[in-house]
Design a protein around this ligand. Sequence first.
Ligand SMILES: [Zn+2]
Length: 250
Amino acid sequence: MAVPWYPTSWAALAAALALLLVTGCGGDEVPPPTAETSSTAPAPPSGATPGTPTGTVDPDAGGSAEQDIEAAVSVTNAYWQTHWSQLFTGGYNPPRIVGAYDGDTPGTPVCGAERLPDDNAVYCPDGDYIAWDMDLMRWGHARGDAWVYLVIAHEWGHAVQNRLDAGLVDLARELQADCLAGAVLFGAAQDGTLTFEEGDTEELADALTALADRTPWTDVSDHGDASQRVSYFSRGARSGVKSCLPNGVG
Ligand SMILES: [Zn+2]
């Protein structure tokens, strides 16, 4: 994925993703990292604010994980900044970006009383911040750069959930976060702030599959199995943010 340097066909992207749903997606050759979690309790670490909402990063395909993460943060924030008032009441305020950590080290940030999980990514409601273990990001980025866009947009989805009335938050919070991620990434493509390159839709399906539970969703803490994650992401991609809300209309 990259910042745009050529126009993207939204219809072609949606069709490609729909095809993935039908054909399924392999990609279980590597053991997946642990699933993302979030916890609740006080004492946020300090962190920086998100980048400017312009979403303009070097359109150099094949950027480093760090460069793609920076682009993902910028593009995701720009989407919500641009569209919030069309979707929800009140103003938009972005979560803080604590950013990269190494869960193997004593310096790992905390969310409340708990250290952030190793090889994972988190939205911490108490500090209203997003952070990610760079081992997870590098591992995923090596599979495809779309990975980091998915992780950032998904965690940002949790930050959005934390800003919504309870009635707008799906009981299946993780799957709703996937839906919101789909809405943001494909919405950004429509906005012209993100360009999908060949293979990106497959990479997104691969990432959703690699990060999925082995069993279907039954509990609020579940992420859902691969087909559920791809299905919710695709719904958001096709039909936008409102389709991710309970009783939402696409
Ligand atoms: Zn999540």
